[in-house]
Design a protein around this ligand. Sequence first.
Ligand code: PEP
Length: 252
Amino acid sequence: MRKNIVAGNWKMNKTFPEAQELMFQLLEYKKHNTVNCEIAVAPPTLYLLMARNVFDAEDIKVMAQDMSAHSSGAYTGEISAEMLLSVHADGSIIGHSERRLYHGETDENCALKIKAALDNGLTPIYCNGENLDQRKAGQHLEVVKLQTETALFGLTADEIKKVVIAYEPVWAIGTGETATPEQAQEIHKFIRSFIAGKYGDEVADEISILYGGSVKPDNAKEIFAQPDVDGGLIGGAALDIADFSKIIEAFN
Ligand code: PEP
């Protein structure tokens, strides 16, 4: 049975003491509240070990924001799956639209990263989604189909079951624009049935598909209530404990 997940992507925000404070706030929150979803946090790489140490007690998952497809070697600035494992990280976001836009990430590259993550027992959160021009041209289903196929369809059924997908329309990320619950459901259902077409319903039903793009406390409940939306990947609102905890409570 697939899991409901609320994952926070902190991006390039927070100094060390600020990150530490937010981690302790989240830890305290989880300790004292009933939570009906899995919580994951993707802090900057520099703070992964701290996150692991702080969050272990409350089983909050710790994710990187990106990882290399290579296992080791002369790749300045990169981190490998093995390194993530060595600090007991649980997984990594892969293919975030900001990585695609600013760092030339492609679906082919994502496929290699996803495989490297799975080979090392890490959970990949694979991001896909169309940009504004593609949405306006009515190409959103085609775009997401190609992204899904290219990055994921080289995997076996057992492997793809372990992937978390985050549908993130680029036009909704950090813009305050959100897909309507119906728009989110349309794409999530489409992704799930596309996967079912290749791997079968049982496999497709196991995969958590998160929505990302300006999820806030006031729209989370409605979006998460859609039958094929299994939670959210949260950017801006993950940086404030009051907002992030209210989004978590959308599952209560
Ligand atoms: C994101 O970057 O994954 C994201 C969804 O950002 P925001 O919530 O700020 O739109």
